[in-house]
Design a protein around this ligand. Sequence first.
Ligand SMILES: Cc1ncc(COP(=O)(O)O)c(C=O)c1O
Length: 363
Amino acid sequence: MIVPFLDLKRMHKAQKEKLSFAFGKVLDEGLFSGGAAVTEFQGELESWLEVKHAIGLGNGTDALELALKALGIGVGDEVIVPALTWVSTAEVVKLVGAEPIFADTDENGLISRNWTGLCTEKTRAIIPVHLYGKMVPMEALVQEAKKRNLYVVEDAAQSFGAVQNGKASGTWGDIGALSFYPTKNLAALGEAGACVTNDSKLMGLISLLSNHGQPKRDDHELAGRNARIDSLQASFLSAQLSFFSEFQVRRKELAEAYLEALKDIQELTLPEDILSKDHNAHLFVIKTKRRNELMKYLEGEGIGTAIHYPKILPDLEPFKSEGSFAVARKITETCLSLPLNPYLSDKEIEYVTDCIRRFFTKK
Ligand SMILES: Cc1ncc(COP(=O)(O)O)c(C=O)c1O
């Protein structure tokens, strides 16, 4: 049996029909930038997340960068970020001219509570990342940040749909950055992202920055750029949103099946929090000292896996930073993401777990 990590060709028939309809609608309207598709999708995001403003953007990296720009973060400023995350989180700090200051993570890969010890008089913001779809405890983080007069930019690129204490991921900080990259739980058929905020002034700034600083055509209030969402992607995303809840149920079912089948393997650490509301089951990440061996074995059995991520950012050339980052580093050496997406069958999950059990019982 072949079990791909994620095969986007498997989209359901109903989904394909709705997506074709969304494509046809935009084609008929002949409006490929801005227009009703974008306004509608932004409105849907706002009600879905119970947030005042959502601004569709070109991708999640743009969303993070524009968030920092809107908050006035730049040269001479420091921004605290976790050592383990997708590169965008630290990259955007550099792009606005500020310095990323790396904090170690906890065992789940979430920014360590000790980040407060990294604050200096230059610190202006913190970017918590809801890694693998699991939310950082936000109540405490926002409180600590407020005490220190720091902005919170939530990197909710992986956590769309996760909710903590009744509040959606992305809506806890001053600004939330979302990504709709095709592998995400809410996926575009290309590149797309969004910023969400309850602050009307920030929303106005992000909106200007994403559209050449224009409040209206040929009137430029500030130097911005083009970071607008594509109308077609907005239209696809509205269609995808209609399947989202159903897909989340399926993700959780599959995650539960993994947990049940793998629970007795001593050499494995499982993501137990994955069934809670503040985890959107984006990735099913197991940990084992025999990670490389297991990955190779599964590949030989036709099973696709991935490593999120093989390196911590402070070890990478553009971000070189001193420090041990021992917990995050250990995750890079032991983590393995198993296939988890709504297109998988029960039989496929059974096959994956049978193979894993066989691996750990063979000599
Ligand atoms: C944690 C994290 N931050 C930021 C991003 C950037 O999003 P995008 O790929 O849409 O630019 C991603 C997605 O890849 C991500 O996983």
